[in-house]
Design a protein around this ligand. Structure first.
Ligand code: 0WD
Length: 261
């Protein structure tokens, strides 16, 4: 039983795929909980065998009927997930892409020093995987749908230590606009959520992340950090019919930091 608060089931009957739960601190987990609380059924993936032991108990908690491995680097794994969704559900209402990757030397180095291979790998895992997910979801979203990804303010302006992830997130945000334009006629909405800094495993790879957290807490208009439940509530709203004309947006959820940072 995951429901801690009374809910009105805004996602009752909806079926979604969430990619990017690594553990209970993941942004994707905050989204999964909030969406399940609103009545959605959720397919969950885990990166590999090592990750499975952290992800499977969480998937059980939200009664996920589909729990499968997905490393977007591995040919065929994404297709297998969508095949299973097609077989079990025959349709899909939403997807959440909440993954990113860059090699340590690129994450900690200057953009100007980034290798071609490192650049391509970061773009492939963090951006093109979203495009691939969208392509496979499109035919299953016969009654429209919503596609979400996760970005960061460092894609819009220079943020110290964000390094190669800045250009990567800029590309992800541009992809959101183009996918939204292309899929809009099929009533498929595409948006990105842009949270303020949250301590997660991926975040711990960013240099001086503590300083980023402190700065956000001190300077955001609301003087507060956001957490994965805040992001989850926003995501659950965006995939609901209540958001049915919201598309092509970068939705900040950062206590207002982006207007002062
Ligand atoms: O402050 C933050 N934490 C913010 C994160 C602020 C704004 C945006 N974001 C973004 C991240 O850039 C990312 O796109 O949110 C997304 C989710 O990140 P997260 O929740 O902060 O981090 P985490 O819990 O680590 O989940 C990301 C996961 C990976 O975890 P690990 O810890 O193993 O790096 O992305 C997955 C993996 O589970 N991932 C992959 N999944 C499939 N195939 C792959 C891959 N090749 N590589 C990483």
């Amino acid at each position: 039983m995951v429901c801690e608060i009374a809910h009105c089931g805004t996602l009752k009957g909806k079926k979604g795929l969430i990619v990017g739960i690594a553990n209970e601190n993941s942004i994707a987990w905050g989204c999964a909980k909030a969406m399940r609380n609103e009545g959605a059924e959720i397919a969950v993936t885990y990166l590999n065998e090592k990750a499975e032991k952290y992800v499977r108990p969480l998937a059980d908690e939200i009664e996920s009927p589909i729990v499968m491995p997905l490393n977007v680097n591995n040919d065929g794994e994404m297709e297998a997930v969508y095949d299973e969704i097609k077989k079990k559900w025959g349709k899909l209402d939403f997807i959440l892409h909440s993954i990113a990757f860059a090699r340590m030397e690129d994450l900690h180095g200057r953009v100007v020093d980034c290798s071609k291979d490192g650049f391509c790998e970061a773009m492939d895992i963090s951006v093109h995987s979203f495009i691939r997910m969208a392509k496979l979801a499109e035919p299953l979203m016969t009654e429209g749908g919503c596609m979400l990804t996760t970005t960061y303010y460092g894609g819009q302006q220079y943020i110290e230590n964000y390094n190669i992830m800045g250009p990567v997130k800029a590309s992800l945000e541009a992809s959101v606009a183009y996918l939204a334009a292309e899929l809009g006629p099929k009533k498929i909405r595409v948006n990105a959520i842009s949270p303020g800094p949250i301590m997660t495993r991926a975040a711990s790879g960013i240099g001086k992340f503590d300083a980023l957290l402190q700065k956000a807490a001190a300077q955001a208009p609301m003087r507060e950090l956001v957490d994965i439940n805040d992001v989850g509530n926003m995501a659950a709203f965006l995939v609901s019919d209540r958001a049915n004309h919201i598309s092509g947006n970068i939705e900040f959820i950062d206590s207002g930091y982006h207007i002062v940072g």
